[in-house]
Design a protein around this ligand. Structure first.
Ligand SMILES: [Zn+2]
Length: 319
């Protein structure tokens, strides 16, 4: 049996037990809570930090990765467009004389060109005769120079020696005076000469050439028209000559067979002019025979070139 004291004592002990246990539990809880909380906070901090860092870095990495990825495909694409077509397939000169330079001023001169495309399709028969040094072809990637080419004080303009785009001397007064003197003498022989196309500025030649290229294709256009910067007419020294009243022969091979055509061919050198693109010299001059195209080079050079029966290229030693 338990006494009241012992009963009380038991109660006391119980209280103490509960109190101590509660306190202990409380401390444990608090410690645990603090510990856990502190750990969570740190972790969340760390996690947050880590996340932020990742988020910040992530875009960088993506950008870095994307940039090369984007650039890589672009580079090859840009380079691809370059045409690697070698001008090897140049056709042997056709027999039909082309109206190389249609008179800018007259519609009649442009007609002969429109009829030449068919000739361009037949060259496949003699591919073996092609020569790499053919003056009729344009050098790959050739650019217009800063200055025109003078050799022995004579201006040279052909497919290997282009002119600066801004070279715009206008019609040569010296050449015009020489032509007028020749015209006067021709009149005495019953021939009424007419220079139907002389100076042609770069922009005009560009317009002409692009028109032909659009119509017949660049390859065909190259055979009868000069690319801008390559035309001798830009020098102001080239005169396309015909007879007044005989426009049907202007810029046509038929002019060479007329009385006027024969007279000019036989007498032009006396006035400082040469038949610039003689028959059979296409691979030297770059152009087919043009019975109407004369070039002023001055009396001395003209007489020597005529006497020797050579081309301007040969006279200047560039061929
Ligand atoms: Zn001409």
């Amino acid at each position: 049996m338990k006494s009241r004291y012992s009963h009380n004592q038991d109660k006391k002990n119980t209280y103490i037990k509960w109190g101590a246990g509660g306190l202990l539990a409380l401390l444990l809880l608090a410690g645990t809570w603090l510990y856990a909380n502190g750990w969570d906070v740190e972790r969340s901090f760390a996690a947050l930090k880590g996340q932020q860092a990742e988020e910040t870095e992530a875009p960088k990495e993506e950008v870095d990765v994307q940039e090369p990825a984007v650039e890589k495909p672009e580079q090859p694409v840009v380079e691809k467009p370059q045409e690697q077509e070698p001008p090897v397939e140049e056709e042997p000169p056709a027999e039909e004389p082309k109206a190389e330079e249609p008179a800018a001023e007259t519609p009649a001169a442009e007609e002969p060109k429109a009829q030449e495309p068919p000739a361009a399709e037949e060259p496949k028969e003699e591919p073996a005769e092609q020569q790499p040094a053919d003056a009729t072809t344009y050098q790959d990637g050739i650019k217009l120079p800063a200055k025109p080419t003078y050799i022995n004080n004579i201006l040279l303009a052909n497919k290997q020696h282009p002119l600066p785009q801004n070279y715009a001397p206008g019609e040569s007064k010296e050449a015009r005076a020489a032509f007028e003197a020749m015209k006067k003498d021709a009149q005495a022989a019953g021939i009424n000469l007419n220079a139907f196309s002389t100076y042609r500025e770069f922009a005009r030649q560009k317009q002409l050439y692009e028109g032909y290229a659009a119509k017949d294709g660049a390859k065909a256009a190259d055979r009868y028209s000069a690319r801008p910067g390559f035309s001798e007419h830009q020098t102001g020294l080239a005169f396309d000559i015909g007879e007044a009243g005989q426009e049907q022969h202007w810029a046509s091979a038929s002019f060479g067979a007329t009385k006027g055509g024969k007279w000019v061919k036989a007498n032009a050198h006396k006035y400082g002019f040469i038949l610039r693109y003689p028959e059979g010299a296409e691979k030297i001059t770059g152009y087919m025979h043009e019975s109407w195209h004369f070039r002023y080079v001055g009396n001395a050079a003209a007489k020597e070139i005529f006497a020797k029966g050579i081309t301007l290229e040969e006279y200047l030693g560039v061929h």
